[in-house]
Design a protein around this ligand. Structure first.
Ligand code: PMP
Ligand code: GLU
Length: 391
């Protein structure tokens, strides 16, 4: 082979969530009957007013470059969204629009993490967080959380991991893959720790904010602790909230120096996010938001269905997730059958027609994650397949 891979690339693996989803898709194309619960993607159709806006934008010539950080209309709308939906104050110049929340996260970390830097990541974590940290040359420091504590950590557990090399804490509430929601008291405690450690920044990934089943309002760290806002980068987007995963639009806001650095990186990589997608996202943010609470109710009903169904299967247990659309399932009593390897367990479930992702892919163990962002009939069928596979 000619050519070789960079050291940075050799430090990472392909995203296991997308890998499993691609695999499920390939099996389907080969004629196999596979239910994919592997990817976190709402099954709802993108609302018609958003599609209409995209079509109108194409007809009006939204087929060209825009400013790298996004159109001024969308940056302003995103600033209003940060204020209205997350309580985070910002001006449009402190917003960057990226190709999904994933690109915004990638840019924030790659722009700031140097060789040897440490990023504290609560685990189970979303697959891409540690990968991006490693790509940047940093070390993902695992902050282990447990089901019996609702996958939340204490401020003291966080503080114990801080070293002079720590430059970020990653927060994701509501969280993927556990559905954990961090209450205000916990975030207050984190804020206290941060005040003692001025070198630590926080990436607050709030992409699942509208999907909160606690009955309490979403709390975002930068809103709760405005005195720390200059050290917080808040990530949001329309992928999950507005069923727009394929449009690839996400937003970040944070201190000016960081947003400028992210724009610099974006200007030399993807350039601006797709013009037509930006027009669609503008319609999403400025249009009606009332359907979000109906969707949230639908997700809550699905959650209750899968939690009851999964917990009725001998050997499986899952806590009730407070937000997002995932269940993180423990299968410890069954692991001997799979040689202690939860990837083997997932391959076994795939043979029985259900695609899920191993807990180990998320920095957990002995289990798997499902997404319940699909209809109840499909979820019911998936649960009976899982029960049959594990009987
Ligand atoms: N953060 C979390 C926690 C996620 O689960 C996802 C879903 N892929 C993202 C960010 C990125 O979302 P997207 O790039 O599709 O906007
Ligand atoms: N965030 C989703 C998931 O965890 C989408 C896939 C991905 O981007 O990794 O399934």
């Amino acid at each position: 082979m000619t050519g070789s891979l960079s050291q940075a690339l050799q430090r990472i693996e392909a995203s296991p969530t997308t890998a499993m989803t691609d695999r499920a898709q390939a099996l389907r194309e080969a004629g196999k009957d596979i239910i994919s619960l592997s990817v976190g993607e709402p099954d709802f159709a993108t609302p018609p007013h958003i599609l209409e806006a995209a079509k109108a934008a194409l007809d009006a010539g939204a087929t060209k470059y825009t400013p790298v950080a996004g159109t001024s209309a969308l940056r302003s709308a995103a600033a209003r969204h940060f204020h209205r939906d997350l309580g985070v104050e910002c001006s449009p110049e402190h917003v960057i629009v990226s190709a999904g929340g994933k690109q915004a996260l990638f840019e924030a970390l790659v722009a700031t993490v140097s060789e040897g830097d440490e990023v504290i990541v609560p685990a189970p974590w979303w697959v891409s967080y540690p990968q991006i940290v490693r790509f940047a040359g940093g070390k993902a420091v695992k902050l282990v959380t447990h089901a019996e504590h609702g996958f939340r950590f204490s401020p003291a557990e966080f503080e114990a991991l801080i070293t002079p090399r720590t430059n970020w804490l990653l927060l994701n509430s509501p969280g993927n893959p556990t559905g954990a929601v961090y209450p205000a008291e916990m975030l207050e405690g984190i804020g206290e720790v941060l005040r003692r450690h001025p070198g630590v920044m926080v990436l607050s990934d709030d992409i699942y904010a509208p999907l909160n089943y606690t009955g309490q309002d979403h709390v975002s760290l930068a809103a709760l602790c405005p005195d720390l806002a200059h050290r917080i980068c808040t990530i949001s987007g329309v992928s999950k909230s507005h069923a727009m995963t394929g449009f690839r639009i996400g937003f970040a806001t944070g201190p000016e120096w960081l947003i400028k650095a992210m724009i610099k990186l974006q200007s030399n990589s993807s350039g601006n996010p797709a013009a037509v997608s930006q027009a669609a996202a503008l319609a999403a943010l400025d249009g009606p938001q009332d359907f979000l609470s109906d969707w949230c109710e639908t997700f809550r009903a699905r959650r209750d269905l899968v939690v009851a169904g999964l917990n009725a299967i001998p050997g499986l247990s899952t806590p009730v997730p407070d937000g997002a659309f995932y269940c993180f399932i423990d299968a410890s009593p069954l692991m001997d059958r799979f040689g202690g390897d939860d990837t083997k367990l997932c391959l076994h479930l795939l043979e029985h027609g259900v695609a899920v992702v191993a807990a180990s892919a998320f920095g957990g163990k002995n289990g798997f994650r499902i997404s319940f962002a699909t209809d109840e009939a499909t979820l019911t069928e998936a649960i009976s397949r899982i029960a049959a596979a594990l009987a």
